[in-house]
Design a protein around this ligand. Structure first.
Ligand SMILES: Cc1cc2nc3c(=O)[nH]c(=O)nc-3n(C[C@H](O)[C@H](O)[C@H](O)COP(=O)(O)OP(=O)(O)OC[C@H]3O[C@@H](n4cnc5c(N)ncnc54)[C@H](O)[C@@H]3O)c2cc1C
Length: 233
């Protein structure tokens, strides 16, 4: 996607941090830690769990970053073919106790096996300036027991376990919209652990918003205003 953006004229800058966004007559003034200043007609902020720390504190009441472990399992000898991309689907499996197990086949050559995790379990709130910590042993055992009961052709213990980040909104849906305080700043965050696959559609909708066009899909359902409406009267 980054390559496609560059082919379409985007300029990429890496290794710098945006430290402030301010209203400006022509749109928005963006200042970076290295001292660069950019002026733009509009800005889109997609800073993941860090969005509230400096850039958009107006969203802090609605967001909670959480760490959620993901695990990689190796197939037992002679079972590799069962978990190949040709034979094994991306799946979401509802356990009898309500746990939602998700997984993907080993589709990337540097992925250490079949990737599996709980979508709605083992979530721990974290500060946005979080350092990745080892996955708790009791989480690992619980997940391994569930995987063994469903996929006996996988080795019992995962080869790797790592925490991933979910930026959760209060209702576990997306948070996409226009800033209340900055008149030409738009944001997309809190994909609540299921936004990655929607990135092309979200990017397209935000680009249309920022250039004054009508997005192909209505975005009001994802606005922060829905939480105001949900408050008891
Ligand atoms: C180990 C791991 C495994 C995962 N597995 C999956 C999976 O299988 N499926 C799935 O859907 N999701 C998965 N996720 C979650 C997925 O990566 C996130 O949901 C997704 O990346 C969120 O996209 P985003 O663009 O909103 O934020 P991010 O990808 O977090 O991007 C935010 C970017 O903003 C930058 N940034 C922050 N603040 C500033 C600032 N002030 N100035 C400039 N830049 C800034 C950050 O450096 C970062 O590059 C996984 C995450 C991890 C860590």
């Amino acid at each position: 996607m980054l390559n496609e953006a560059v082919r379409s004229g985007a300029i990429m800058e890496f290794g710098d941090t945006v430290v402030s966004l301010e209203n400006h007559t022509a749109g928005v003034r963006v200042a970076t830690r290295s001292g660069r200043i950019h002026f733009a007609r509009a800005a889109l902020v997609t800073a993941g769990p860090w969005i509230t720390t400096r850039l958009m504190p107006e969203l802090s009441d609605f967001l909670e970053p959480r760490q959620v472990p993901v695990y990689w399992f190796t197939p037992k000898i002679d079972s590799g073919i069962l978990f190949s991309m040709e034979h094994f689907p991306v799946f979401l499996y509802e356990c009898v106790d309500g746990g939602l197990l998700y997984g993907v086949p080993s589709i990337v050559s540097n992925e250490p096996g079949v990737k599996i995790g709980f979508h709605n379990r083992q979530q721990t709130p974290i500060a946005p300036d979080w350092n990745n910590t080892p996955v708790k042993k009791r989480y690992l055992s619980a997940l391994a027991a569930t995987v063994e009961s469903i996929f006996p052709e996988l080795e019992h213990s995962p080869t790797k376990a790592k925490n991933c980040l979910y930026t959760m909104s209060k209702d576990e849906s997306f948070l996409i919209g226009k800033s209340k305080n900055l008149h030409s700043v738009y944001f997309a965050s809190a994909c609540s652990g299921h936004g990655f696959k929607f990135a092309p559609a979200i990017g397209d909708a935000l680009a249309k918003l920022a250039t004054g066009q009508q997005p192909n899909v209505p975005l009001s359902v994802f606005s922060a205003g829905r939480f105001d409406r949900a408050l008891p009267t």
